[in-house]
Structure formats: C-alpha cells, structure tokens
Ligand binder design. Structure first.
Ligand code: TEU
Length: 632
C-alpha cells in the first residue's frame, strides 16, 4: 500500500503516484512549462513545495494541500502494460461520430434527423467505417444541443421516433456498422420530470436525485464550464441547485443509490434494443467530494474552473463505474468509452484495465491544445506536439490498455484550421491528419466531415452562433462585464464549438444537400469540395481516407502491430513503424515547409497524399509503405 503523500514528499514521490504523474503533466500543459523540466532526476529529488515556483504564483501551501488531498484519495496503482494482445471489435473498428442535428435533414425542417442518417448508411459503408457514435438523440429542450436530456427513453421529436431509431439500427447492423449512443449521466435537463418534481416538492424522493442546498448564499465557490456560478438560485423555494454546465443541466447525485439504479436501467433499456455500446459524457465528474467543499482559488485560476479538484476524479468514481458496468454493460458485452476531461495516461489505465471492469476506453483532450494554450487561444497548433504526445503514450497501450485516436469532434474547432488555415494545403493536411489516426495503435475516431477535410466556418457575428458555451461567454464578458467585444469575439471565433457543428457538405444543391431550407446553424463556409465531388476525384481527401480505411481493415498489423518511432528528435518529422506479421512504415512532414527525408527504408509504396513520394518531403506529405526490411 502506497504511503500517503505529504507536504514533505519529494516531486519524485508525486511522479510515482498515478494521479500525481497525470496532475503534474496537466500542470505542465496549463503553464506551458515543459514536462521534462518537472520529470527529471534533479527536480524529482526536490521537495514538493518547489511547485510554488511554477504556475505564476497561484501555487501556495493551500494549493498543495488541496492537491495532496486529491492525490491521496486514489489508492490504486495501475498494472503495467503487458503487451498481451486482447482482440476486441472496438479495437479493430474505426468509429465515426455523427452530430445528428448537422448530418442530414430528411424532412426539410432545417434540422438533421435519424431518417437522414439512415439514408446515408450506404455512404458510410462505402467509406469503410465500422461503428457510428451518435451525439444525444433523446428528448431534450436542446439548451446544450441535446446534452441536456429530459427523456432518456424516447427520441427527440426533431430527430424522429423510436421506430425511426429501430430502422436506423437495423439498417446500420445490416451494413456491418455498429451503433454507439451518447449517454449523459452526469446531469439531466432541468425539464426532466425528476428535476421538475424535485424542485416543486422538497419532500419528494427525487429531491435527493440532485444537489439541492438551502441558504442565503451559494453553497460554495464552484464555477460552471459555461460561465458564472455552478449554482442556480430558486428564490421562491429559497434553494440552490448544482450545475457544472449550463443553468439547464442539473447535476445528478450519484451518491444516491436510486439514481445509480435509474441510470443502469436506462443503459439496459437501450442495450435491450440492440445498441452496441455507449459514449459516456463527462463520466469522470459523477462522484463529488463529500460536503461539496469550496475549491482552491489557485487551482481554479490555473485550470480555469473553480472546484474542479472536488469532482474531476471523485472519491467513489471507480466504485460507481464498476457497479454500473457489472449491472448494465458487462451482461450485454456492451462497449463503453468514457469522455473524461482532465484524466491523464495513468488514471486512464485505472479506468480501463479489463480486470477492474469499469470502462473499455477513455477519451481525454490533452493532445488537442499545445502546452500553455486553451481552445480559445488563436494560435497555430504544432503537430510536433501531437507526435511527442503519441510517443509518450506509445508503449503504455497495445495489450492491457488501448486508446482512442482522434482530432475533430463536436466540441472542438476543425484540426485542419487549428494547424494551418491555408486553403492551398488544406487537402494534403486533411489527408495527413486522417493518416496519423488511421495508422496508429488505437481505435481511430473520425468526426463527420473529417473524411472530406472540412474546416472551420467563417462566422462573422455572435448572432450566427448557437452554442450555449459561446453565447454565455459573450453575455458574461461583453454584456455583463463590458469587456472589449473585439477581443472576446476573437477568442470565441478561435474556440467556438459551432465550427464543428456546421452541417455536412453533401452536394452542390442549396445548403450543400444538407437540407432544402435554411439550416438551424448556417454561415458561408469554406469551399471544401462536397462529398459528391470528392467521390468522383481519386485524389480527394475522401478517396484517400476510404483507401486507408480499407487498407487498415486488410492488415491487422496496422491495428495490433507494435509501434516504433524513428528520428523522434527531428522536429516536424514523423517516422513510425508498425510491426507484427508484416511491417509498415509511415513517414510524414508535419510542417508547411519542405523537408529533407531523414530516414531511408526499403518498401513498397501503398499510399501517398501527393500520389507518389519525391526526393524531399513536401508540406504535410504522408507516405505509407509496406516494408521489405529497413535501413535504420
Ligand atoms: O463535454 C465536456 C467537455 O469537456 C467540454 O464540453 C468542455 O468541458 C467544454 O467545452 C468547456 O471547455 C461534454 C460534451 O461533449 C459537450 O458537448 C457538453 O456540452 C458537455 O459535456 C456537457 O454535457
């Protein structure tokens, strides 16, 4: 049993602790201080209190005490990666995320729907993906685009009916495509009957489904991810209720066994209908520290959200996930991927070790911003960071552990635009990004439109946006605090999630074939060639991605093969061997400038985003070879 960490502990003791290593890695990301400046022999020997000199003065003894409390709450130590391959369909699959509101509108109301997805199953089958993850399709007022669920066992009217869902599921399964639903179990809509009853009747048993507190002032200093306090006040009842996200997304009290039982029942309801698994929204936030204590102001300043240390990995998280898995997921062999913001490599192991029976995969976002940046910073994302991140992960997955590999999703701007918005190199860059995912050791996840090389939209004003996170940010910072609108708009344009929610581009009819009327979210956006055009162009991002998807399916070494990076110190150069029954080599130029090839090998070219290699590597060039021996 590990000794508890104290103020007298050394940095090295903290790095030995799974949560400690991850939290120090997170600290390096937030501050931009290279992790190697923390994780080295000299600093390891120093007392933990040395951290006071990192983080620009926000780290004091109170911060360190809060940090230690969080670390000491995790008693387990992850098993080492054993490199024993454990085949599973979700390791071999490529998962395609669909944002239903923006995928395809079949009934001309400007909103995507389930029948529209069903119509596109043949397109997805031809593309070669193996599983679709649908962002929430359940009854909701859509304050947070469906991540505020009011009816877990019914389909939102805008998307269709349960019969439409059954038709979609059957069509997908008949086409060899599995279906994963997005369950939001950390919170419900404030229009969910449970919350309506709980607010109306303090003596109802639903009251304890949520975090209600009485009193003149907010129960603690926690802040919401969507601006402002994490507490709603209901003056008529003189009561407060917790919401980590929007004011209409009310946190469920997982300490109440009835809540856990209800949620297991919801998961079983969908599994009984034939669903193959779930993406579980912010699932690491569900266990809150007893008493809901105030957050450390320094941590709040550093991370940007006060109170986060009291729920990012709460005291009962493992226990609750294990129980839910045993009760609902394991009996149906359901696949589960937890969305776990802030969870690092070592904690990810504790959440996904098959012997612990909690989750199959977790997805975090440490790789989506370079150190010292957040999503709302307008900066050029350097793919060298992604390479270093992947190298740090490599060797920690492959057998006991596995990882998702992704860039785009519904919460992030398009990665092409983050790396290099230059239209000239957009197709090559789009193919490079997809190749990095589809040749890595992990489960690739493509977000709708990524197979086309879609980029950010050209938003001109706040009135064009629909994302509650962006709208709240504008309201709080410009309207309420009077900040400079230009500066706030620049941040919103850099990071708004609406970039990824602009509708798909199918053909050259009005609204790109998404709908016959003005879509719910619409603005002029980059003239990326539409799916129909790209289907007919053998050099398009779509054609390249399709070929690569089918190549991956054909060669299990591209799935289970060991990873070996070469010339890792050559900035901007990506050289990766995948070795098993066969051997493949992936070389890429991660930069917008030409580059001398630093590594030679003998191999047969299988795919190139420039058609064929040249003497030097061109901007964003990626080549995939099958090896006939290599000259290391
Ligand atoms: O996202 C949680 C999450 O990590 C991001 O929303 C992030 O916290 C936020 O953008 C602030 O930076 C999940 C869903 O993916 C997201 O769409 C929902 O808005 C959110 O949870 C609440 O359900």
């Amino acid at each position: 049993m590990r000794q508890p960490l104290t103020r007298k502990s050394k940095v090295g003791d903290v790095l030995q602790h799974p949560l400690g290593r991850d939290m120090l890695f997170r600290l390096s990301l937030q501050t931009g201080v290279a992790f190697s400046l923390i994780d080295n022999a000299f600093v390891r020997a120093l007392p933990l209190t040395i951290l006071k000199y990192v983080g620009g003065g926000v780290i004091d003894l109170h911060f360190i005490d809060a940090f230690l409390t969080l670390l000491n709450s995790e008693k387990a130590t992850p098993q080492p990666e054993d490199n024993v391959v454990r085949p599973a369909w979700w390791k071999e699959a490529v998962i395609y995320q669909i944002y239903p509101s923006s995928f395809h509108d079949s009934n001309g109301d400007g909103l995507g729907d389930l029948a529209g997805i069903t119509e596109k199953i043949p397109y997805l089958q031809t593309l070669g993906i193996d599983c679709i993850w649908l962002s929430p399709i359940f009854g909701s007022p859509f304050d947070d685009q469906g991540y505020d669920i009011a009816d877990y066992k019914n389909i939102a009217e805008r998307f269709g009916t349960l019969d439409d869902f059954t038709k979609l599921l059957e069509t997908a399964h008949a086409s060899g495509i599995k279906v994963v639903l997005d369950l939001v179990f950390n919170h419900t809509s404030d229009e969910h009957p449970w919350f309506v009853e709980a607010l109306r009747d303090p003596s109802s048993d639903k009251r304890d489904y949520y975090f209600f507190r009485e009193g003149e002032t907010a129960p603690n200093n926690w802040t919401s991810f969507f601006s402002g306090s994490a507490w709603n006040h209901y003056p008529a009842q003189n009561v407060w209720a917790l919401h980590l996200f929007s004011e209409k997304q009310m946190d469920l009290n997982w300490d109440n066994a009835k809540v856990r039982g209800e949620l297991a029942g919801i998961a079983s309801f969908w599994l009984d209908r034939g669903v193959d698994g779930f993406r579980l929204d912010v699932i690491n936030y569900v266990s809150k520290a007893a008493g809901l204590p105030d957050g450390n102001p320094g941590i709040g300043k550093l991370i940007g959200f006060t109170g986060i240390e009291h729920y990012v990995l709460g005291p009962h998280l493992h226990e609750y996930l294990h129980a839910l898995s045993k009760k609902a997921f394991l009996p149906k062999d359901a696949f589960t991927i937890g969305e776990t913001p802030g969870v690092g490599r070592e904690m990810g192991k504790l959440l996904t070790d098959p012997e612990r029976a909690e989750l199959n995969l977790v997805m975090s976002f440490d790789h989506l911003e370079t150190p010292g940046h957040d999503r709302f910073d307008d900066y050029a994302y350097d793919l060298e960071w992604y390479k270093q991140y992947r190298i740090a992960q490599s060797g920690h997955v492959g057998g006991r552990y596995w990882q998702p590999l992704f860039f785009d999703n519904h919460d992030n701007p398009r990665m092409i635009s983050k790396v290099d918005p230059e239209p000239r190199t957009q197709p090559q860059l789009g193919m490079l990004l997809n190749a990095l995912l589809l040749t890595g050791q992990g489960t690739p996840m493509l977000y709708q439109g990524q197979e086309l090389g879609m980029v950010n939209a050209d938003f001109k004003s706040i009135e064009e946006l629909r994302d509650v996170e962006s709208l709240n940010m504008w309201q709080e910072r410009v309207v309420e605090k009077g900040e400079d609108p230009k500066g706030v708009w620049q941040k919103i344009v850099a990071g708004t999630r609406d970039h990824a929610r602009i509708p798909m581009i199918w053909d050259d009819t009005p609204y790109n074939g998404f709908s016959s009327v003005t879509p719910w979210l619409w603005t002029a956006h980059n003239e990326t060639p539409n799916a129909e055009q790209q289907c007919q162009d053998s050099h398009s991002v779509l054609s390249f991605t399709t070929k690569l998807l089918h190549l991956r399916k054909k060669h299990t070494t591209l799935i289970y093969g060991r990873e070996r990076f070469v010339k890792a110190k050559r900035k901007g150069y990506y050289g990766l061997y995948r070795e098993g029954e066969e051997s493949f080599f992936v070389e890429a130029n991660l930069t917008r400038n030409g580059m001398k090839r630093p590594h030679r090998m003998q191999g047969a070219l299988l795919l190139s985003n420039y058609g064929a290699p040249d003497a030097r590597l061109r901007p964003y060039e990626v080549n995939i070879y099958r090896c006939e021996g290599s000259l290391d």
